[in-house]
Write a protein that binds this ligand. Structure first.
Ligand SMILES: Nc1ncnc2c1ncn2[C@@H]1O[C@H](COP(=O)(O)OP(=O)(O)O)[C@@H](O)[C@H]1O
Ligand SMILES: O=C(CO)[C@@H](O)[C@H](O)COP(=O)(O)O
Length: 468
């Protein structure tokens, strides 16, 4: 009974699962928190990984390991492999202007970027962070000999090397950089050079099914994946499935056998973790919308759910546009959140809670529509991420998304996907191992197009964010 380990180094925490490589049965798990903020010393992720591995009973007895992680973050290394500056995370918006500049500078603009890399640069993507670094921290840019993503760096640390030439990644992570083409399966070093003025070392891109090396204990190391690609692998999605993840980000994504290239930039044309593609639309405002509501209402997250479920659909006319962190889909990095439609007779805690849940879900419904515009067929939604634990999110999602919603039994689907990849690297078969899929609980509700219509009216009315 060989064991495998999967890691999810996500925005808010690090999760580790140890599973039986043959059956997929979970044997042990661990978790440790990450620091808050959008600029983080990667050493904090390493420390959290050690703590989570410790809580999971160690990984010295596993035969194979894979690491999945939050996408896009920029980790810069010097020629000796030391970290040059804090990593800028996917939700750090300081490179918004750089993103627009890059779109303007490439002949053909957004459409040319979409054709070249599957995606139009947004402040989230690594390529824009590199431009920001070149313009704002030229000394750090000069010291940068290699650039990689959070999971690439953790995998590299697990190998115990400091040689930047040994950095590895996978297709899904490479596709989130903005300088790799999913359709061609190759780096676009010309675009990296355009953004950064030079071409640092970038990780080699491992195939989904093969080991890229060994960790210090001798276990095989899989190529790893971006968290959303790993979730699709962990859930064992089938055609017609759209995964909606309510973590720090809100994400709608689906596995596709053909690459997408959306010139509007709403849908990113990423690669998946099986050799296919992963069209994806992502908001900056996921589960923390509910935390903001809880703070406003002076209750906990279950309290938000109870209040929201006690209100009528449409929250008596209240609409909450949830751009607390600015927004990425639509591309409004400078936007702030707002509550619209307040009257004396509808300004109640129940309506505010309801409007928060509906606003979160309407943003995700817009992401789902964007996926459909790129040819994705949506027959059912698999709802995952921390926010999927919220009873109001589960119950209101089918009405607003207009599809049946299935919530998998409690689990860590990103870490599970990484574990499944680790098992795949171990058995070397042409397809990932057949593991039992999660039990799914189905939620249905009548469609509520009027809630989305009112949200669409309010969505345009936000004002720019300012620092208090
Ligand atoms: N019952 C709940 N209701 C709403 N939000 C929840 C609930 N339980 C956890 N969360 C939220 O889920 C988020 C963590 O989810 P997770 O998917 O692990 O995020 P990430 O992958 O971005 O680190 C936190 O913001 C937390 O507040
Ligand atoms: O930027 C994206 C997808 O493009 C995010 O989905 C990040 O990958 C972070 O994910 P979570 O920590 O919210 O799971």
């Amino acid at each position: 009974m060989p064991l495998v380990a999967g890691v999810d180094s996500s925005t808010q925490s690090c999760k580790v699962v140890v599973r039986d490589a043959t059956t997929g049965a979970q044997v042990r798990r661990g978790q440790a928190p990450h620091p808050s903020g959008t600029s983080v010393d990667p050493e904090a992720w390493w420390n959290a990984l050690q703590l989570a591995v410790g809580e999971a009973g160690g990984i010295d007895d596993v035969a194979s390991v894979s690491v999945a992680g939050q996408q896009h973050g920029m980790v810069c290394l010097d020629d000796r492999g030391s970290v040059v500056r804090e990593a800028l995370l996917w939700n750090d918006m300081r490179s918004a202007r750089a993103a627009q500049d890059l779109v303007d500078e490439l002949p053909g603009g957004a459409a040319a970027w979409a054709t070249s890399t599957g995606s139009v640069p947004m402040a989230s993507f690594t390529v824009t962070k590199l431009r920001w670094l070149a313009e704002n921290e030229p000394e750090n840019a000069a010291s940068t000999a290699a650039v990689c993503l959070p999971h690439d760096w953790l995998s590299w640390r697990l190998r115990g090397t400091s040689d930047i030439g040994e950095l590895c990644t996978d297709r899904s992570e490479a596709s989130g950089t903005g300088y790799w083409s999913p359709a061609a399966g190759a780096y676009r070093t010309d675009l990296l050079e355009l953004a950064f003025g030079k071409t640092p070392v970038v990780p080699s891109v491992g195939a989904p099914s093969t080991a890229v090396g060994q960790v210090t204990s001798g276990a095989l190391l899989g190529a790893g994946a971006g968290d959303n690609a790993a979730a699709a692998l962990g859930l064992g999605t089938r055609p017609g499935d759209v995964v909606i993840s309510v973590g720090t980000s809100g994400v709608a994504s689906a596995v596709s056998t053909v690459p997408t290239a959306d010139p509007s930039g709403l849908v990113a044309g990423f690669a998946d973790a099986t050799g296919h593609f992963l069209p994806l639309a992502c908001t900056l405002n996921g589960a923390r919308v509910l935390l903001a509501a809880a703070t406003i209402l002076g209750c906990d997250l279950d309290g938000v759910a109870d209040l929201a479920l006690a209100a009528r659909e449409g929250a008596d006319g209240l609409v909450l546009v949830p751009y607390f962190d600015g927004e990425r889909t639509p591309n409004r990095p400078e936007a702030s959140a707002a509550i619209h439609g307040l009257r004396l007779d509808n300004s109640t805690p129940t309506n505010i809670a309801r409007a928060a849940v509906e606003g979160l879900l309407c943003g995700l419904a817009d992401c789902l529509d964007a996926l459909r515009s790129q040819g994705v067929t949506a027959e059912r939604v698999l709802l995952v991420g921390g926010g999927a634990r919220n009873e109001a999110v589960r119950r209101l999602a089918p009405g607003i998304l207009g599809l049946p919603v299935y919530v998998p039994s409690a689990g860590e689907y990103v870490a599970d996907g990484a574990a499944r990849q680790a098992a795949w690297a171990l058995d070397g078969e042409s397809r990932p191992p057949d593991w039992a899929t999660a039990d799914l609980r189905r939620f249905d509700a009548d469609p509520q197009p009027e809630v989305r219509e009112r949200y669409a009216e309010a969505r345009e009315l936000t004002i720019r964010r300012t620092r208090g």
